[in-house]
Ligand binder design. Structure first.
Ligand code: HEM
Length: 369
């Protein structure tokens, strides 16, 4: 809740994502959901999709690394993931990425420990977070931003709007801007958690979006979900209602539980002293040129950053990463899918690919050697 309305940053605990074009999101989610016939999780679908979508390699490597199983929700970093735009009062903008660094330190669980906990106490994460806050051990994160001048976007060595890539912190160092503390638990879970509706499209003046194709898709997808999941008047619920003055002309709809705007003016422009349109919140102007079309990103280097990540890991971390991937890929039903995915690991780093191939009892396919 800000003085100028709600601002939602609907992020993740990794800086990147599996795909970079919103058009692929429903397919991606289908592979993560249960198989429509068996109603079981389907590792063949998961790896088939990933192996045919090599832009996923960076995120898959993070997911399968130690960081894929945080010890608690308090012991992980957070990220806005996408590139956003900050605009000052003069209308000058910069590109920005958000990083929330945990002040509890990063801690992860070994897969066998996690499997045991999941069986014994499936509420483990919720319980840990609730109890920590309840006893005053308030979890906190330092907020940093990376700032990129607008013009750098044209020449940077990775497309800065591609959510499968990170910006090097050597090029754009972290700048500390604040601190987030989780200082109270909800009074009522349904009212304040189940009914909450967060959307990347909920912005305040000075914060804009970027041409990131995933972010562009998310801008309307969440509100669609909210109208379906909670209802047309979800923004009027106490948890979602901005704490600043609300001025809109929205009327009617299911579950309109207040006075529905009473007799106030319900259109603009009007001659009855009703609210007038404000231009303050207008998106900052930016030049565009070229042909509007549905086109893929033209940068296809999916291997450098995934390989850099692998090379940064210690020997023990590499061993655990490889073991996690091998275990996850074993049930894949088609050898062709395994071989295609091994090629991606190999292209990121030959050792990475070879160790996974060995673990699966396969050889790295000839054409990439
Ligand atoms: C095109 C890509 C994506 C689409 C279409 C999409 C769509 C959605 C939808 C429809 C929901 C449910 C919203 C609700 O009912 O309140 C959701 C939840 C969520 N998504 Fe995404 N998503 C996408 C990518 C991402 C990415 C890249 C991130 C992280 C950086 C992310 C983070 C989340 C989170 C944290 C939630 C839970 C929000 C909550 O519980 O309030 N999503 N997503």
């Amino acid at each position: 809740y800000t003085e100028e309305g709600n601002y939602d940053l609907v992020g993740n605990n990794t800086p990147v994502f599996f795909i970079r074009d919103a058009i692929k999101f429903p397919d991606f989610i289908h592979t993560q959901k249960r198989d429509p016939r068996t109603h079981l999780k389907n590792p063949t679908a998961v790896w088939d999709f990933w192996s045919l979508s090599p832009e996923s390699l960076h995120q898959v490597s993070i997911l399968m690394s130690d960081r894929g199983i945080p010890a608690t929700l308090r012991h992980m970093h957070g990220f806005g993931s996408h590139t956003f735009k900050w605009v000052n009062a003069e209308g000058d903008g910069v590109w920005v990425k958000y990083h929330f660094k945990t002040e509890q330190g990063v801690k992860n669980l070994a897969p066998d420990v996690a499997a045991k906990i999941a069986g014994e106490n499936p509420d483990y994460h919720t319980e840990d977070l609730f109890n920590a806050i309840e006893k005053g051990d308030l979890p906190s994160w330092k907020l940093y931003v990376q700032i990129m001048p607008l013009e750098d976007a044209d020449t940077y060595r990775f497309d800065p709007f591609d959510v499968t890539k990170v910006w090097s912190q050597k090029d754009y160092p972290l700048i500390e801007v604040g601190r987030m503390v989780l200082d109270r638990n909800p009074e009522n879970y349904f009212a304040e958690v189940e009914q909450a509706t967060f959307s990347p499209g909920t912005l305040v003046p000075g914060i804009d979006v970027s041409p990131d194709k995933m972010l562009q898709g998310r801008l309307f997808a969440y509100s669609d979900a909210h109208r379906y999941r909670v209802g047309a008047n979800h923004q009027a619920l106490p948890i979602n209602r901005p704490r600043s003055e609300v001025k809109n002309y929205q009327r009617d709809g299911q579950m309109r539980f207040d006075d529905n705007g009473g007799r106030s003016v319900y259109y603009e422009p009007n001659s009855f002293s009703g609210p007038t349109e404000s231009h303050e919140n207008k998106q900052a102007a930016y030049p565009v040129s070229g042909v509007a079309d549905s086109v893929a990103y033209d940068h296809n280097n999916h291997y450098t950053q995934a390989g850099d990540l692998y090379r940064l890991l210690s020997e023990d971390e590499r061993t655990r990463l490889v073991a996690n991937i091998v275990e996850a890929m074993k049930p894949v039903e088609k050898e062709e899918i395994k071989l295609r995915q091994i090629q991606h690991f190999y292209k990121a780093d030959p050792e990475y690919g070879k160790r996974i191939a060995d673990g699966l009892g396969l050889s790295v396919p000839q054409q990439v050697k």
